[in-house]
Ligand binder design. Structure first.
Ligand code: ADP
Ligand code: MG
Length: 529
């Protein structure tokens, strides 16, 4: 931000804006966000619970004022890899033996994973609404630097922000037509390459595909979809957008929101061999539905399981005939330990583990390999002992993040905090962690609007790619396998965690940039035509 006289004409994007322009942009973004459901329930620090006793308030989600540049080739490859990732994780979910081994490796020190494993069951159909998260590693040994997406993690449960990411892309598209061209440092209409984002349709499409694949109800009740949620969810409109999409494309599908804590209160199992999941709404307990799909936006962390009743409820769902998104096995396939094992390259000792699940050496498998970064076990194997040494070394530890088998943000230990943390826990539990090399994406400039205030400075981006996959757990047949849109999140370059809901990161969208690699690849594609 500069005053009028101080504008630097050389800077192109994001443009430098004057105080007056900034004020106007902020007002425009606030209004657009509220007008289009780019909103969350207010954090208590913004609107205290006493000030909103009827729980009616919504506030704009934190967003960047401009989209962020991502190299076109990197973005395309990220989207293109998703179907292979879906296939891989469907295959991992089907391998009970492999997952049993994974659980065994982390069980000392991880009661949550142990308890999850204890309730797993298998049923024929399984739905995955996945999200593969990446940061762009920059190879600066070439000019201009080459961007390669590196996977941060793969989410198999409660992959969030599909709803808000579509709205954010639409916000930036709106601004690119109405506001950016009018700035003093004008960004003329049509100069930004802003890709469409189909995350809402893609994720809702997965739910609809599962609903239809479930077949006709056998209990005499109508079929329905259940969104299983946390009672105090702040990110509720992100979920509602998916629900509204189902209502738009398939108005005949009833969708109900059910709090994880209320599973046993409102559902029961039919006394049949299949054990259909019956749902009765609190509004009208007489009226029952047969739940065809249970889409979980809860149940991913220990916080949702405060007592044995909560575990019983998860077990009850798992035993039911409803198509779970995800099943316990698919949830376990999303652990960081699985990611570490899959990312381990083949060695003189034998082929890669990855090759057990998908054909190695195919172009799509090579794309997956390109997205992996070094991840090490923290066990007592030879590689694990080397990793332990790195993790405990005050210098070497700076390049790593230590991760337990947890989801939802706030659980990782970064860089110099690792040695002290390890020493604070029992050594017999170290094997339940993995040690991952830090990806160091280039920092870029942007402006973040959070709770009505502007934050300015260096930021880094994290791209998520959604996948929707429905498969037969017994035969491996893929009934639906789609790339399902994307998410761009941005955080301050000094912040380690990037969770939007946790208050660290913010929503952003992609502006595709053309690099030498793109120009070269496009020329090659033309020549090969
Ligand atoms: P969670 O399951 O809690 O979301 P993640 O593995 O996604 O855990 O890590 C949380 C955040 O920490 C990521 O969104 C990212 O910002 C940062 N992070 C995680 N792993 C790395 C890494 N290898 N390099 C750089 N940043 C990372
Ligand atoms: Mg994450």
């Amino acid at each position: 931000m500069r005053d009028d006289a101080g504008i630097e004409p050389s800077r192109t994007f994001p443009p430098l804006v004057t105080e007056g322009e900034l004020e106007h942009l902020v007002q425009t973004v606030k209004d657009w966000a509220t007008g289009h459901g780019l909103v969350v329930r207010p954090p208590p620090t913004v609107i205290a619970a006493e000030a909103d006793p009827n729980n009616i308030a919504a506030v704009p989600a934190p967003v960047t004022l401009f989209p962020s540049g991502i190299a076109r080739h990197a973005f395309r490859k990220g989207l293109a890899a998703q179907k292979a990732y879906n296939e891989l994780y469907a295959a991992v979910s089907r391998s009970e033996e492999f997952l049993a081994q994974i659980v065994k490796e982390v069980i000392d020190g991880d009661d949550f994973v142990r308890d999850l494993w204890a309730v797993h069951q298998t049923k024929p159909l399984s739905l995955g609404l996945f999200r593969s998260d990446y940061m762009a590693h920059e190879d600066t040994s070439v000019f201009p630097p080459f961007q390669q997406l590196k996977q941060v993690e793969f989410n198999t449960i409660a992959s969030s922000f599909g709803g808000l990411s579509v709205r954010t892309a639409q916000l930036h598209q709106f601004l690119s037509k109405t506001e950016y061209p009018l700035l003093r440092q004008s960004v003329p209409e049509g100069t930004l390459d802003l890709p469409q984002n189909k995350a809402i349709e893609g994720l809702a499409g997965g739910i609809e595909a599962a609903f239809h694949a479930y077949g006709a109800p056998q209990t005499g009740h109508r079929k329905c979809v259940i969104f299983l949620v946390q009672g105090d969810e702040r990110n509720i409109w992100d979920q509602r957008h998916l629900e509204y999409q189902v209502a738009k494309t398939s108005p005949s599908i009833p969708v109900f929101r059910l709090a994880f804590a209320d599973i046993m209160k409102y559902t029961s199992l039919a006394k049949t061999e299949l054990r259909q999941l019956l749902y009765s709404s609190p509004r009208n307990p007489e009226k029952k539905f047969e739940a065809a799909v249970v889409y979980m936006r809860a149940g991913y962390g220990p916080g949702d399981y405060p007592n044995q009743q909560a575990w019983d409820a998860r077990c009850h769902l798992e035993r039911s005939h409803a198509i779970k998104c995800p099943t316990v096995l698919t949830q376990l396939a999303g652990t960081k330990k699985v990611q570490q094992v899959l990312a381990t390259p083949r060695s003189s000792a034998g082929p890669s583990i990855l090759s057990r699940f998908i054909k190695d050496d195919t172009p799509s498998a090579i794309e997956l390999w390109n997205t992996f970064t070094n991840i090490y076990p923290m066990d007592t194997s030879e590689v694990g002992l080397v990793a332990r040494k790195k993790a405990l070394d005050p210098e070497q530890c700076q390049d790593f993040v230590l991760k337990p088998q947890r989801e939802g943000g706030g659980n990782n230990i970064y860089g110099s905090a690792i040695p002290e943390y390890l020493k604070s826990i029992n050594e017999s539990h170290w094997g339940s962690y993995i040690l991952m090399e830090l990806i160091k994406p280039a920092s870029v400039q942007n402006l973040i609007l959070r709770n009505g205030r502007i934050e300015q400075g260096g930021v880094i981006n994290e791209l998520g790619v959604y996948g929707a996959c429905l498969w037969n757990q017994n035969t491996g047949e893929l009934l639906h396998n789609e790339e399902a849109g994307w998410l761009l999140r941005t955080k301050g370059d000094k912040s380690e965690e990037g969770g939007v809901a946790a208050g660290y990161g913010c929503m952003d969208s992609v502006s595709l940039t053309l690099t030498n690699v793109d120009i070269q690849e496009e020329a090659e594609a033309r020549a090969n035509q």
